[in-house]
Design a protein around this ligand. Structure first.
Ligand code: GCB
Length: 600
């Protein structure tokens, strides 16, 4: 079910937003007996668990860290009397991967999808001016018909174990903030904007969504707070003379203020920061405000020590500073939509985001080192069920993130198996069903795995621009063979060049696992020297083709994965360590990126 409103919560004269972060009662429910045992109204002998956080890395015993199944969070929440007459909701930023919400023992709703927000309308279930018991049952199992895709197996000892078809740890829990919100019954539940810009004038075409029979007033103010345009009606235009445009790494934000009026009285208001800018693809160029942009940046993860996949403002602040220091202007929210606060940061810093839905693991063979099978993913009998969840999450991602100036494009999948014909109907549906979701019609794409080449992929007609994930020098043609890796890469790119396709290509993944502090002359794989040599090789290639319009090495920082013989305490392809300190490659990239012009 598509969420009706995904507006970020605010407090103003009409709306209330209280964060319910802090300690919650927590308990594992391996036999799924929570409801039967009355856990909807409170837990006996709970563990105190921080929110937002993944539960995993707090534990010192492995059964708890690896726990797969149902688990519960419970908190007593005081709901003030002055919420009377309002629509009251609990908004979960992310519950990994599926959740059911109860208030005072009453089931309110369920939600599937661990990386997007949902709101439980608890208006009818709450006692005002009293403490209410909020209980959330979460399940973190992985399935082939769910996003991200994987299996859940049962060990001989009866314990369940998650088997991801993807390369990041299955960190679970309430990974983002929980908000108690109260909004007027007659409210603005969504809005959107599209833009036309020139140096002399910008026009914001807006649409406001409301069910109320109310008048709509909209205004736009500059950063100094001066109102520069006003309009009335649920759709209309805001015209700005001599606008300050939102530019890459030179952001400027206007505040849009939407008011609902009934009989001349304001009944609801919502304000948000927007950027005046356009995004287009023209031939093999990516254009922002009609000018070419070359992407420099990273694939990333929401991942840090102690709290796993929890959104952490401190880590995000540090990551943004590292990206600015190194000369980056963009990133991909690999492999799931990040916390909304990340997009607000990027809006403010002029960073471009390729926003990715958690459609990852849609390829059995690529996950073979993780235990995958060698069959075409899209031949599976799980596909219809998976598609429903996939398109649902595409809808919610676009709905949630469409108003951020930082969002450049939508990535609808990471490394799907598109070299078999069975992918074609799936991707035809996916691209048809998502065509009209974004009022700005930003480019849509997905990443092409190593096996999905110019020759083998059956789905090259779908993306507006291409994201290539390529690992010569690491997963094949590694070490001293890297020169053959370079030759192979050039051979593929020559095929793109000689084809009649004229669209931008962005390298969205390439890299080498690197143990910080390991030095070797001459280089050897895993050394800091080898990581630089691999980047140099790719950069030589990028500089030889003008349709390559961006480079985003894998990954900004080292991150946690499942344990296995391919991973030494996680994926070490970070340019920075997991605690966000530079490897030698960071200084190399900084030099290159700070010398490349924006339009390179
Ligand atoms: C990929 C995946 C990414 C992995 C990376 C790697 O192709 O998209 O999730 O972490 O390769 O390092 O193997």
């Amino acid at each position: 079910i598509m969420e009706k409103s995904l507006l970020y919560p605010v407090t103003n004269a009409y709306r209330e937003d209280q964060k319910l972060d802090g300690l919650w009662d927590f308990k594992f429910d391996p036999a799924s007996e929570g409801e039967k045992n009355g856990w909807t109204e409170g837990l006996a002998d709970p563990i105190e668990m921080p929110v937002p956080a993944s539960f995993n890395d707090f534990f010192t015993d492995k059964d708890a860290r690896e726990y797969t199944g149902d688990f519960w969070y419970v908190k007593k929440v005081f709901i003030p009397k002055y919420f009377e007459g309002k629509q009251i909701g609990l908004r979960f930023g992310a519950a990994t991967h599926r959740a059911t919400v109860y208030v005072n023992g009453q089931k309110i709703r369920s939600h599937e999808g661990g990386f997007l927000p949902f709101t439980a309308d608890i208006t009818g279930a709450t006692k005002l001016g009293e403490e209410n018991v909020v209980a959330v049952k979460i399940n973190n199992e992985l399935h082939r018909d769910a996003l991200p895709a994987g299996d859940t197996m049962t060990l001989k000892n009866g314990k369940k174990m998650a088997k991801p078809f993807f390369d990041f740890y299955n960190y679970s829990g309430l990974n983002r903030s929980v908000h108690l919100i109260a909004i007027p019954k007659d409210n603005v539940y969504d809005y959107s904007t599209t833009y036309e810009v020139s140096d002399e004038q910008a026009t914001v075409h807006y649409t406001v969504q409301t069910d109320a029979q109310a008048d709509v007033k909209v205004s736009l103010a500059d950063e100094a707070g001066n109102v520069v345009a006003t309009a009335t009606g649920s759709t209309g235009d805001l015209v700005v003379k001599n606008p300050t445009l939102w530019q890459v790494r030179d952001a400027y934000l206007y505040t849009i203020k939407i008011q609902l009026l009934e009989n001349g009285t304001v009944v609801d208001a919502y304000s948000d920061e927007i950027g005046l800018r356009t995004i287009e693809i023209q031939g093999h160029q990516i254009l922002v405000n009609h000018k070419p942009v070359y992407l420099k940046g990273f694939g990333r993860h929401e991942d840090s020590i102690y709290a796993g996949r929890a959104f952490d403002l401190n880590v995000e602040r540090r990551d943004l500073n590292l990206m600015k220091w190194i000369g980056a202007n963009s990133y991909r929210s690999s492999h799931y939509p990040y916390d909304e606060q990340a997009y607000k940061f990027a809006d403010r810093e002029g960073i471009l985001i390729t926003d990715e839905v958690p459609a990852v693991g849609f390829k059995m063979a690529a996950a073979s080192f993780l235990g995958g099978l060698d069959q075409s993913f899209f031949d599976g009998d799980w596909i219809d069920e998976l598609y429903k969840k996939h398109i649902d999450q595409v809808k919610d991602m676009i709905k949630r993130d469409k108003n951020h100036p930082s969002v450049l494009a939508w990535s609808l999948c990471n490394e799907p198996d598109t070299s078999s014909e069975s992918a074609v109907p799936y991707f035809t549906k996916l691209f048809n069903d998502s065509a009209d979701l974004d009022p700005e019609k930003r480019p849509r794409t997905f990443t092409l795995n190593e096996d999905d080449t110019f020759e083998t992929s059956k789905c090259l007609k779908f993306p507006d621009f291409y994201l290539l994930n390529r690992y010569p020098g690491w997963y094949h043609k590694w070490g001293y063979e890297i020169s053959d890796g370079e030759a192979g890469l050039r051979a593929e790119l020559d095929e793109w060049k000689n084809s009649d396709i004229d669209k931008p290509i962005v390298f969205s993944e390439y890299g080498a696992d690197t143990e910080p502090g390991l030095h070797k002359l001459p280089s050897i794989m895993w050394s800091e020297e080898y990581q630089i040599e691999l980047l140099e090789m790719f950069n030589r290639v990028f500089d030889s083709y003008d349709f390559i319009r961006g480079e985003q090495p894998w990954n900004l920082a080292d991150f946690q994965t499942v344990e296995g013989n391919m991973r030494v305490n996680g994926n070490k392809k970070g340019i920075f360590t997991r605690d966000r300190q530079p490897k030698a490659a960071a200084f190399y990239l900084r030099k290159r990126w700070n010398s490349l012009p924006l339009s390179y």
